[in-house]
Ligand binder design. Structure first.
Ligand SMILES: Cc1ncc(COP(=O)(O)O)c(C=O)c1O
Length: 386
């Protein structure tokens, strides 16, 4: 059946109406008035992004103190784009041992097929990193803090080592969401965020952003997005833009709640360690104080459980904390991390008295979260006593 022409030609946009938010233009085709503009207008095609994308890019530049921001369909694709834009066949990269697992897999597996070698370094050993730099090293990949084990490198030192040698530095800044840390001000060349986490904030959309203030990197990122045809859908861009409006308010709540929980966990008999950069006991606390203005809702603790049975007893007693991947949303989450920790030999994470548990403190009442963990500890104690 043919569609009536009137139904197709229904251009009802009202240019005189002002709204608080930009319109979500779900568009591949952009209609252009003449042949000259057909080939020169920007954006001339929906894949380049429209009003919502431009506002989101501007918001990300504002947050990160960047002059350029580009959007991708997920946090992982943002990491991959940032890294791939700095290398070509015959190059090598160095990546912190604490980076997000799939980013590491991208470097160690996908880059390899592209003729690029990847080697890991200990995020706490800047001198060791210098020894690993080779003439073909093009990029150093950081994450601050590591999102399972929370190491913070001496970023200004690493970026100056890299700059002296013409090596690009890339940092995953998802933990601070740009509210509590601006990597570019620490000398990092390209900052990356998984918008999926705090920016979207409601666990209902994916997105990634790549920020830089260096025109050379911005150009290389643009080329790569264009060549690979990578873009963020308008609805997800809108979800992220909306998230930016409440980001700082939410982050301050996540921060306060996580800090209360972390201090309280330090007092619990079945917890042997709490790993939170804002605690003075954290080995990188001084770097955190210097490079960050706050902390978010994500941290880890070591649960004194001796077996799967004991961990399961703890987890299944929880009613507020749910088991699930991702973080940064309004809901509290917990995961045992050991199954995804594949680290360099001798790494400190092997030297633990218990299971590494990662917590995301959501926006619930902190007292409810404590009561919930208490239920878990009671169940664990019960299993230990039987
Ligand atoms: C630190 C960090 N970076 C990047 C990502 C990837 O984000 P996405 O799930 O949007 O691909 C994640 C996801 O968990 C993450 O934790």
């Amino acid at each position: 059946m043919k569609l009536p022409t009137r139904l197709i030609h229904n251009r009802s946009g009202n240019p005189a109406r002002r709204t608080v938010n930009p319109p979500v233009e779900r568009a591949s085709t952009v209609l252009l008035p003449d042949r000259e503009q057909l080939y020169n207008a920007k954006p001339g095609y929906g894949r380049m992004g429209l009003s919502v994308h431009r506002e989101l890019e501007a918001a990300m530049c504002e947050l990160e103190g960047a002059s350029d921001a580009r959007l991708t369909p997920s946090g992982l694709s943002a990491c991959a784009v940032a890294i791939a834009s700095c290398v070509s066949a015959g190059d090598s990269v160095l990546l912190s041992d604490s980076v997000y697992g799939p980013t590491r897999r991208f470097c160690e597996k996908r880059l390899k097929t592209m003729g690029v070698e990847a080697q890991r370094f200990d995020p706490r050993n800047a001198d060791g990193l210098v020894d690993l730099i080779r003439p073909d090293t093009r990029a150093i990949i950081l994450e601050a803090p590591g999102s399972l084990t929370f190491e913070i490198s001496d970023t200004p030192r690493l970026t100056s080592i890299a700059r002296e040698r013409g090596i690009a530095t890339i940092m995953d800044n998802t933990w601070s969401a740009g509210v509590f840390c601006q990597p570019l001000a620490l000398g990092v060349d390209i900052s990356v965020q998984a918008l999926t986490k705090y920016v979207v904030g409601h666990a209902d959309a994916f997105g990634g952003a790549v920020m830089t203030s260096d025109a050379r990197y911005a150009g290389a990122i643009d080329d790569l997005l264009e060549d690979w045809g990578i873009s963020l859908g308008a609805d997800d861009a809108y979800a992220a833009l909306r998230g930016t409006r409440t980001l700082s308010t939410r982050l301050h709540h996540h921060q306060a709640s996580a800090l209360k929980l972390a201090s309280w966990l330090q007092e619990q008999p079945l917890v042997s360690d709490v790993i939170h950069p804002a605690l003075p006991s954290h080995p990188d606390h001084e770097f955190w104080k210097r490079d960050f203005t706050g902390s978010s809702g994500l941290f880890s603790f070591v649960l004194q459980a001796a077996s799967n049975h004991e961990v399961d007893a703890f987890l299944s007693a929880l009613e507020v904390f749910e088991l699930g991947f991702s973080w940064g949303g309004f809901e509290s989450l917990i995961i045992p991390c050991d199954e995804q920790l594949t680290r360099l030999p001798g790494d400190w994470t092997g030297d633990r008295n218990g299971w590494l548990m990662r917590v995301h403190a959501g926006l619930e009442d902190t007292r409810d979260l404590m009561e919930d963990l208490d239920r878990g500890f009671a169940a664990l104690a019960n299993v230990k006593n039987t």
